[in-house]
Design a binder for this molecule. Structure first.
Ligand code: HEC
Ligand code: HEC
Ligand code: HEC
Ligand code: HEC
Ligand code: HEC
Length: 488
């Protein structure tokens, strides 16, 4: 049987009467306002008006929380009022009457004005406060230092990198709402793991949830910038008593460019900007080994490369193949954990006076490669090992130049401190760098002269000159480029 009109009237009357209490009214106001604001944010973001990644935290996390809070308040207020009314012995008629909102009544008008005024003020306060919270969470300090131990390896490497002024969120989230929401959901999962202590040691790499790099890196490094050839000088130091240096200088064919600007070519052009699409398959999650490569050229031609005798991938593996982007070469643009020998080369390069310490490179590498319980124990042990070496093996030197010996000890400790984090099981071996081929397979994962098309027509080339041209190789002197340019 359908409810009669008078039944319905009675029902609504009762509802309004119950709703006539502070808690419920506050709930209605909160819910309505936050609801409206959420809609405004969604529309603004759809129009691309809001690019700040953490606006989303406000619009999609904070506001909904308020919204839900309001929703919860409404029935609680009603339930409390009903109990109160019944306790006070209210009659059925009283319970069903509507509250009277008479704006001719000056008292009522004043109350209404106060309520409206306070609500408006609250909205402003709430809005500003949440906006500040949002800004706070975007800071590098928040990302890098909140969960100190867990983020320490990445944060330490970051501070020392060319991107130390680029916010974590610019690479890890980028603009737009959808990646923001994805990263927040991922963040919640991480908070959970942190609370339970079940997070990964080390934080595994590669990150399979990372946004396609071209959408983040290309905010700052635009596609058709032609880098030309890049001059690189590698200073390397021997493990002999004199820490003998040797220098290799090369032009790396970084390239880039576009057909529109005419100038194009080189490494960037080939893999990214030429509209060649390269996909590849790695047999495990690590991407350290590559077993299948496919090249689709702009004219639609497709070539696949495999190594003789290796198993062919399944159709499913081919569907899931990864499209190559920036981080398949630049996987460590900012979190670089240098191999100890290279880290010490850099230190010797920047502090040339340390070359005077006999066997410094050999001793420092051995100390950094040692096994230590914790990060701080390791830093101290490396420092002590260097001090002790010179005190016992070269006491005259240690007595004559204590400052130099101390500086050597501090530098070696720093080389350790930047790359080894036992608490997170993180070191140079757990996070290989793909940019070259000297310490890790890198480019040679594909460019090994063995990856070839089935007909043998095309090979992914390993010729040194394809990628770089040597100006000097293992020279004992640092080439004088300024003088060379002067002569030309
Ligand atoms: C220049 C861009 C960039 C910036 C800035 C940046 N990262 Fe990363 N980060 C990356 C890339 C690229 C990877 C993924 C490497 C991969 O998947 O192979 C990564 C990986 C990570 C990882 C996973 C572990 C690892 O080392 O691979 C963590 C954790 C991390 N970043 C934290 C941070 C924090 C915290 C900050 C800010 C203090 C930050 N990142 C700033 C680009 C960046
Ligand atoms: C917010 C801007 C910004 C973003 C995003 C960004 N970079 Fe950079 N990047 C820079 C700046 C600025 C420099 C130059 C730093 C310098 O010369 O000190 C730089 C330098 C570099 C260099 C040269 C490093 C060197 O040793 O000379 C590489 C390679 C690089 N970026 C790769 C990347 C990759 C890969 C990504 C994406 C994962 C990325 N960048 C994202 C701003 C950015
Ligand atoms: C096939 C590998 C590869 C890919 C893919 C790649 N790069 Fe590079 N990139 C290199 C190499 C190699 C260098 C030179 C590295 C060096 O200095 O030793 C370089 C250098 C750079 C530099 C520094 C240029 C300079 O003149 O100092 C920037 C910036 C950069 N890359 C950004 C990017 C961005 C952004 C992407 C993705 C859109 C990308 N790269 C994709 C291999 C690659
Ligand atoms: C996932 C596989 C893969 C990786 C990793 C890779 N490349 Fe390539 N690269 C290719 C393919 C495929 C071609 C096209 C080969 C052909 O011409 O048949 C190519 C072409 C090139 C070319 C142009 C060669 C020519 O014929 O002129 C250069 C230069 C190059 N790569 C440099 C690099 C460098 C430097 C790195 C590492 C930083 C690198 N590549 C990493 C797959 C890869
Ligand atoms: C597919 C591209 C590619 C090929 C082929 C290639 N290289 Fe390289 N090589 C690189 C890149 C990229 C770097 C720079 C790495 C970096 O930025 O640290 C490099 C760096 C080097 C270095 C300096 C290493 C260091 O850190 O001291 C040497 C030496 C070198 N290459 C030798 C060779 C020789 C010899 C060949 C030929 C057998 C060769 N390369 C072939 C891409 C290539």
């Amino acid at each position: 049987m359908a409810p009669s009109t008078s039944d319905r009237k009675k029902f609504f009357g009762r509802l309004f009467n119950y709703a006539n209490n502070g808690l419920t009214i506050a709930g209605v106001v909160l819910t309505t306002l936050s609801g409206l604001l959420i809609i405004v944010f969604i529309v603004a973001q759809l129009w691309g008006g809001l690019d700040n990644p953490y606006i989303g935290l406000f619009a999609y996390v904070f506001l909904p929380a308020i919204f839900v809070l309001g929703l919860i308040e409404i029935p609680i207020g009603m339930w409390r009022r009903r109990r109160k009314l019944i306790k006070a012995g209210a009659t059925e008629a009283e319970l069903t009457t509507y509250p009277r909102l008479d704006f001719n009544d000056p008292h009522m008008r004043r109350v209404a004005l106060i309520v409206i005024g306070l609500t408006a003020l609250n909205t402003v306060i709430l809005g500003v406060a949440s906006f500040r919270a949002v800004e706070e969470m975007e800071t590098v300090e928040f990302c890098g230092e909140t969960c100190h131990t867990i983020m320490q390896p990445e944060f330490t490497a970051y501070q020392d990198s060319p991107h130390s002024r680029v916010a974590c969120v610019d690479c890890h989230i980028g603009p737009g709402a959808s990646w923001f929401v994805k990263s927040k959901l991922d963040g919640l999962r991480q908070v959970w793991h942190t609370a339970l202590g079940t997070y990964q040691h080390p934080i595994l790499t590669p990150l399979h949830t990372l946004r396609p790099a071209r959408e983040t890196c290309e905010q700052c490094h635009w596609p058709n910038k032609h880098h030309g050839d890049k001059l690189r000088v590698f200073s390397r130091y021997g493990t002999d008593e004199a820490n003998t240096p040797s220098y290799t200088a090369m032009l790396l064919k970084t390239g880039g460019g576009s057909l529109d600007i005419g100038r194009h070519g080189g490494i960037h052009w080939w893999h990214i900007y030429s509209d060649n699409r390269i996909r590849y398959i790695s047999p495990d999650e690590s991407r350290d080994e590559i077993t299948w490569v496919e090249l689709t050229t702009p004219d639609g031609g497709v070539r696949t490369y495999t190594r003789d005798g290796e198993d062919l991938p399944t159709d499913q593996e081919i569907t899931d193949a990864r499209i190559m982007d920036c981080i398949d070469c630049h996987n460590r643009p900012t979190h670089t954990f240098h191999v100890p020998a290279k880290g010490l080369d850099w230190i010797l390069d920047t502090h040339p006076e340390l070359v005077d310490l006999p066997y410094f490179k050999r001793q420092a590498v051995a100390a950094v490669e040692g096994d230590y319980e914790t990060h701080s124990a390791g830093v101290n042990a490396v420092r002590e090992a260097i001090l002790e070496f010179y005190e016992t093996e070269y006491p005259d030197l240690a007595a004559a130049q204590p400052d130099l010996v101390r500086q050597g000890a501090e530098s070696a400790a720093l080389a350790y401190g930047k790359v080894v984090f036992p608490e997170m099981d993180t070191n140079w071996e757990t996070h290989p760098n793909h940019i070259g081929h000297d310490d890790f397979p890198g480019c040679w994962r594909c460019h090994d002269d063995e990856m070839a098309t089935a007909d043998g027509e095309h090979v992914i080339p390993m010729d040194c000159e394809n990628c770089h041209v040597f100006l000097v190789e293992d020279s004992p002197e640092l080439p004088d480029f300024a003088a060379a340019l002067e002569l030309n």
